[in-house]
Design a protein around this ligand. Structure first.
Ligand SMILES: NC(=O)c1ccc[n+]([C@@H]2O[C@H](COP(=O)([O-])OP(=O)(O)OC[C@H]3O[C@@H](n4cnc5c(N)ncnc54)[C@H](OP(=O)(O)O)[C@@H]3O)[C@@H](O)[C@H]2O)c1
Length: 366
């Protein structure tokens, strides 16, 4: 690092080319400097993707920490997949995520990183548990068998955070988001989460003049968090939250939506007027698995989430505008040819005097 760079405090975001990381990059690029969710004067943010270093490899991970000497890390990188991918590859999901998380936390400790916020997920909670989910229930029973590899790897982060605190006094913690959606999501028809999968299906139904078929009865309820709200909550955690205890980041239990309500909203936003039906021969999954955001709201003082319809409108518009670049799972898409979606990058977030390529939310590899 050159001497002109050492005056800046570096925040590294791993997994920044994904759904959550892309939102974080855009929030940092667009919020005013020194505002609640903006970059602070004297900070530089480095946004990493897997081509900047494979975090499953300790040497590559250490090289990243040696290069940037981050004061804090928002650790989003993970092997993430839909239900069927998880079911087929539990060992891979477990090994990759254990390696990634262990290398990041160990390198952060060795390089004296002051704070790490890692990302868990509500799907790591026990299969049999009393609802609502709260932060204290993560380890109180085995996870669902379909994704036990991913779940155990993610739970281990919480165990590691406590061990790093006990043995070395580290300020490492974790966030637990519910279902995330937004631009830059994975819109694959087979291996995606419910909102991006339905948006893509509805878009194709409109384009091809075919029925829009939603799997299941449409009755199950879920909590959805918009990726830009989640990004702001990560920034708030970075500034304000210094406990090792995990924190659920979610809309409230009273904001659950049925899959039918979600599908209706997608039909409206896509402008689909054809046949629309539910395939009740398909499984519904669990009826509801509400998570409490009481702890978050009591600490932050009443965060106002973007209304679902507005967030969905933005997401659908992004998908249609960026169809050739989005992760659709189609070989013909630009994403399949060139990797992750690269449309409409937000402006660089470099403080004056710093090379935008190393700081500006594009590639860290300068
Ligand atoms: N999506 C959800 O609904 C949801 C819900 C709860 C929690 N989460 C958690 O939120 C975090 C972000 O999820 P997401 O949905 O944004 O995931 P995503 O879109 O699949 O992005 C994953 C990110 O991790 C990076 N990555 C994967 N393997 C890597 C490796 N070996 N080395 C370095 N980087 C690697 C990817 O880099 P490349 O793209 O460059 O390969 C990408 O930037 C994850 O920790 C996930 O568990 C997600």
């Amino acid at each position: 690092m050159s001497s002109s760079e050492t005056q800046y405090q570096t925040i590294v975001v791993t997994g920044a080319s994904g759904l959550v990381g892309s939102a974080l990059k855009e929030v940092i690029a667009t919020e005013p400097v020194d505002s609640s969710y903006g970059r602070r004067t004297g900070e530089r943010w480095v946004f990493l993707r897997s081509s900047d270093g494979d975090l499953r490899d300790l040497a590559q991970t250490e090289a990243i920490f040696e290069k940037y000497k981050p004061v804090a890390v928002i650790h989003l990188a993970a092997l993430v997949g839909g239900l069927f991918n998880n079911m087929k590859h539990n060992l891979t999901f477990m090994r990759d995520n254990i390696l990634i998380n262990d290398n990041v936390l160990w390198s952060a400790y060795k390089h004296d990183t002051k704070k790490v916020i890692s990302c868990l997920s509500t799907c790591v909670f026990p299969d049999k548990v009393e609802y609502p989910l709260t932060e204290t229930k993560i380890h109180s029973g085995p996870p669902h068998s379909s994704n036990f590899g991913y779940s155990h790897a993610k739970r281990l982060v919480d165990v590691q955070n406590r061990a790093y605190k006990d043995e070395f006094g580290c300020n490492f913690t974790s966030a637990i988001p519910t279902n995330v959606f937004g631009p830059y999501d994975n819109f694959d028809l087979e291996d995606s989460h419910v909102i991006p999968g339905l948006i893509h299906k509805c878009y194709l139904a409109k384009k091809n003049g075919t029925p829009f078929v939603v799997s299941g009865t449409g009755k199950p309820l879920r909590q959805f968090i918009y990726s830009f709200d989640l990004a702001k909550l990560f920034i708030w955690m970075l500034r304000e939250y210094d406990s090792v205890e995990p924190l659920i980041l979610s809309v409230g239990e009273d904001e659950e939506l049925s899959i039918k309500e979600v599908a209706d909203a997608i039909v409206k936003e896509v402008g689909f007027t054809g046949e629309y039906k539910f395939d009740t021969t398909k499984s519904d999954g669990q009826f509801r698995k509400p998570a409490s955001n009481d702890k978050l709201q009591s600490l932050i003082g009443g965060y106002k989430f973007k209304p679902f319809d507005e967030a969905l409108q933005h997401t659908v518009k992004w998908f249609i505008d960026n169809y050739d670049f989005a992760r659709t799972g189609f070989e013909s898409s630009a994403a399949a040819k060139g990797g992750r979606a690269q449309p409409k990058e937000p402006e660089a977030t470099a403080p004056a005097g710093i090379n935008a390529e190393t700081t500006g939310g594009v590639h860290a590899a300068a």
